[in-house]
Write a protein that binds this ligand. Structure first.
Ligand code: NAP
Ligand code: MG
Length: 401
């Protein structure tokens, strides 16, 4: 069989620990035998980030701007324990944070649905994609404990010295206060990323805030979404046969529970943090979630939603068998290859991505899976495979498609 050729390279961001091991296996077993793989390789493994003073992370994000599509392996975000484990010069920042800051994107997460791993919510038939705004609000807050009686005010001082003042509260006793902010530019980017992604995957877009209570703050989110939609996207949505739907956050939660899925749910930062954990655990497992960062300029970075699976890596190092689920990492590759194929007009590459995803799903539905899935499947007597065994089983299925 002739290998599929590529035009433009993918930006390949290698990572750490067990996912780095899976990365190699996936390339050897599932990609290189079928594709003349073209990538520009960046080693984001912690050792190389440390050796390059983290320049490699910035360079990989810049390369994503140049080529448009990247695929990223999970990486360690250093903490105190990692400082000594890897003898680090500095506690380097989260690579995902660095990349997100450069690409200014929104992260879209969707469950990979397979028969036998049923969502806890019975009526959910199709995936629900969460789009989480990744800037500001409570994540960039300023807080204060109020010791006793007194007055708290919100003061804005313009560069020309003019001021605006609002009373927060006249305290009669101790309490707490919090200041939050967001930027219209960031909200606009968030809105455009969501509208573009909805058009991309041809699904309805839902957005919700608490604008009835928060008449300035949340209402600004609502207004910006609506203005951008009316001015730039309404016609495109009509043409694609999809809708943009705004409602209150509590109404959205009630509707989500009663829906059958199959849409994108755009969430403010905090709502997205909370709701994405609810959605992923209700659908089954973090190892069965896709995750893609989409920039307002239309750059894409695909990754798995889970981490480097450190516990399994230590077992692997000790020579013990591991049964780590590679599906989310495989779907990061297929997402990136499909997007590359679409942008470069390579239907064979798009077709290969579709087939590889189908092979993953058929393998699991056929009863062969990793331990994490065997624990939650409704299938009787699933066959539990080790990390490499599972990838080889997917290859066998792939070769029959
Ligand atoms: P984790 O790597 O997601 O793993 C947590 C636990 O979830 C694992 O111990 C395992 O449970 C289960 N799990 C996750 N992925 C799995 C898979 N593919 N197959 C089977 N089981 C899976 O999170 P963590 O242990 O909190 O973090 C480890 C490192 O990852 C940290 O250094 C963190 O900084 C980094 N991290 C990176 C990213 C990213 O790059 N996107 C995201 C999150 C965390 P059992 O042990 O019970 O089998
Ligand atoms: Mg969270």
């Amino acid at each position: 069989m002739e290998k599929i050729t590529m035009k433009t390279p993918l930006v390949e961001m290698d990572g750490d620990e067990m996912t780095r091991i899976l990365w190699q296996m996936i390339k050897e077993e599932l990609l290189l035998p079928f594709i003349e793989l073209k990538t520009e390789y960046y080693d984001l493994g912690l050792e190389n980030r440390n050796a390059t003073d983290d320049r490699v992370t910035v360079e990989s994000a810049e390369a994503t701007k140049k080529y448009g599509v990247a695929v990223k392996c999970a990486t360690i975000t250093p903490n105190a324990a990692r400082m000594s484990e890897y003898d680090l010069k500095e506690m380097w920042k989260s690579p995902n944070g660095t990349i997100r800051a450069i690409l200014d994107g929104t992260v879209f997460r969707a469950p990979i649905v397979v028969k036998g791993i049923e969502p806890c919510v019975r009526n959910w038939k199709k995936p629900i994609t969460i789009a989480r705004h990744a800037y500001g609000d409570v994540y960039k807050n300023t807080e204060m404990k109020i010791p006793g009686k007194g007055r708290v005010e919100l003061v804005y001082t313009a560069d020309n010295g003019e001021t605006k003042k609002e009373l927060v509260h006249q305290f009669d006793g101790p309490g707490v206060v919090q200041g939050q902010h967001n930027l219209c530019g960031s909200i606009e980017s968030f809105a455009r990323s969501c509208f573009n992604y909805a058009l991309d995957i041809k699904q309805d877009l839902w957005f919700a805030t608490k604008d009835t209570i928060s008449k300035q703050y949340d209402h600004t989110f609502k207004d910006i979404f609506q203005e951008i939609f009316d001015a730039e996207y309404k016609e495109k949505f009509d043409k694609a046969g999809i809708t943009y739907f705004y409602t209150l956050i509590d109404d959205a939660v009630a509707r989500v529970m009663k829906s059958e899925g199959g849409y994108i749910w755009a969430c403010k930062n905090y709502d997205g943090d909370v709701m994405s954990d609810m959605i992923s655990s209700a659908f089954g497992s973090l190892a069965m979630m896709t995750s893609v960062l989409v920039s307002p300029q239309g750059y894409y970075e695909y990754e798995a939603a889970h981490g480097t699976v450190q516990r399994h890596y230590y077992k692997h190092l000790a020579g013990e068998e591991t049964s780590t689920n590679s599906v989310a990492t495989i779907f990061a590759w297929t997402g990136a290859l499909r997007k590359r194929g679409e942008l470069d007009g390579l239907p064979e590459l798009v077709g290969f991505a579709d087939k590889l995803e189908k092979a993953c799903i058929q393998t699991i539905e056929g009863g062969q899976m990793t331990k994490d899935l065997a624990l939650i499947t409704s299938q009787k007597d699933p066959i539990v495979l080790d990390s490499l065994g599972f990838i080889r089983a997917i290859r066998k299925t792939l070769e029959t498609l």
